[in-house]
Write a protein that binds this ligand. Structure first.
Ligand SMILES: C[S@@+](CC[C@H](N)C(=O)[O-])C[C@H]1O[C@@H](n2cnc3c(N)ncnc32)[C@H](O)[C@@H]1O
Length: 465
């Protein structure tokens, strides 16, 4: 699939898509420095382009015929850390939707803070995308379940032309890991052997395994160093220390263990605790914030999913931090990209919801007839490349264009049409929250359902970058 990125920044999202097998055909960003970093690390696709020029962008992008347009429009206007006034930056979300509907690729993928979903701007942008014929799925993700050790919460909006709303919800949710990734998962390999934490009393042990929580870190923890002690690199030092500090959000905890994900990476992730914080630490902090490890620029970059050999080019650390904080972590983009690609190739598709055969039997048919209906439905899905249409008549119309359908015996064609209509009737009678595949449209849309299925814990900072 050919991908074009808008608001590409230094290229976190593009890198992830490239790693998932997408062919990158272009990337636009208004910040020259970010495009230079992109071109140095990802590939020579990035150009300086002000995306307020919607018509110009449509012409330029359409020339490269992408299958998917991706992008994370600036989010300061929506973020909890910002003032939440929808102004110039928010209008760029509308630019995104207008460019997508002007170019009309088959797919789009948009990333933003979760607050965007309740904004006036998104209401308009969504309408533009709906009018252009896109079915829309929304994932509210904690990125620590999608391949980075960071409890960054973001929404990912995926659209495909002709599908129904919610078509990809389940597949996106299923791409999550069973447990969050921790800092130890990323950096722990640097500490292959047992750790030495000199105990204060001879009766206490001094050697700790790398997979257990470190003992309480005290100012004397790393002394005296035994004569045979080998100095460790920065990752080992982080794991040995066992804790990091991050500026707390809404009076929350400032100290995190390496056995947790880091909080959302922002421009201030390097900050050391202030005197004010040290004098009144959160009571849940496991150790003194003063004793926590100091994260290096390379570590912050890797927590955000950039590879260890990524080269940051900038005169100021501030600019590098901005580009890091802006990024969609590449592992997250790669995972979601894989879901999209599998769907695009027809290698995955919506499941047939449990209970369909029972429902057919309840309607007066025999069980074997129920199984036949289910098998006709599967046949229809296969012929349609697993695509789920917005309504059953569109589905049947699409089938009738396909040579594989046209060549079937009349009875089989009739069975398939009937199976699709029965399944639609079944979905319309099934309570919404039990649905795993196709979602019934309601006047209010499907967003409430997505919210009910994904439990979003909003206790973490959700900084716009
Ligand atoms: C949230 S960042 C996107 C980061 C990117 N998705 C990544 O993974 O690295 C938003 C980007 O929008 C860019 N931007 C802001 N206003 C713009 C405009 N008018 N035209 C083009 N890009 C703009 C910023 O320079 C910034 O790099």
């Amino acid at each position: 699939m050919k991908a074009f990125e808008l608001f590409a920044g230094a290229g976190g999202m593009s890198l992830g898509l490239k790693n998932a097998g997408f062919e990158l055909v272009g990337a636009f960003d208004a910040w020259k420095l970010a495009t230079e970093n992109y071109n140095t690390n990802v590939g020579p696709h990035a150009e300086v382009f002000d995306l307020k020029d919607v018509a110009g962008a449509v012409v330029e992008i359409a020339r490269r015929s992408p299958d998917i347009i991706v992008g994370g429009p600036p989010c300061q206007d929506y973020s909890l850390a910002g003032k939440r006034e929808e102004q110039a930056n928010a209008s760029l979300t509308k630019s995104f939707s207008m460019i997508v509907s002007g170019v009309r690729p088959e797919w789009f993928l948009m990333e933003n803070v979760i607050q965007v979903l309740t904004s006036d701007t998104w209401m308009v942008a969504k309408e533009v995308l709906k009018v252009a014929g896109f079915g829309i799925s929304i994932l509210k993700a904690d990125c620590s379940f999608y391949g980075v050790p960071q409890s960054r919460r973001r929404c990912f909006v995926v659209g495909r032309r002709g599908e129904c709303d919610g078509f990809l919800d389940k597949a996106l949710e299923r791409a999550a890991s069973d447990r969050p990734m921790t800092l130890r998962d990323l950096f722990g390999a640097a500490v292959p052997e047992a750790l030495y934490f000199p105990a204060r009393m001879p009766s206490k042990r001094s050697v700790w395994g790398p997979d257990e929580p470190a003992p309480t870190i005290r100012s004397s923890s790393l002394r005296p160093v035994p004569a045979n002690y080998m100095p460790h690199d920065e990752d080992a030092a982080l794991i040995e220390n066992g804790y990091v500090y991050t500026r707390p959000f809404r009076g929350g905890r400032g100290v995190r263990s390496v056995d947790e994900p880091m909080s959302t990476i922002t421009r201030t992730s390097f900050e050391r605790p202030t005197g004010r914080y040290l004098n009144a630490q959160n009571e849940k902090d496991p150790v003194s914030a003063a004793d926590t490890a100091v994260l290096t620029l390379s570590q912050i970059s890797r927590i955000q999913g950039f590879p260890a050999d990524w080269r940051w080019l900038a005169k100021s650390k501030r600019d590098i931090c901005q580009m890091i904080a802006n990024a969609v972590p590449a592992p997250v983009a790669a995972r979601l990209g894989k879901v999209i690609m599998d769907w695009h190739r027809g290698e995955s598709g919506a499941e047939i919801i449990d209970g369909f055969v029972d429902w057919v039997v309840l309607k007066g048919r025999s069980r074997s007839s129920g199984y036949n209906v289910k098998s006709s439905l599967r046949r229809a899905r296969k012929l349609l490349g697993n695509r789920i249409f917005d309504n059953v008549e569109m589905e049947i119309a699409a089938l009738q264009q396909l040579a594989g359908f046209v060549s079937l015996p009349v009875a089989s064609k009739s069975d398939i049409r009937q199976a699709l209509r029965l399944y639609t009737a079944f979905l319309n009678e099934t309570p919404k929250v039990k649905k795993k595949g196709r979602l019934r449209k309601t006047p209010a849309g499907n967003d409430n359902l997505s919210a009910a299925l994904v439990d979003v814990d909003d206790t973490d900072a959700d900084f716009g970058t």
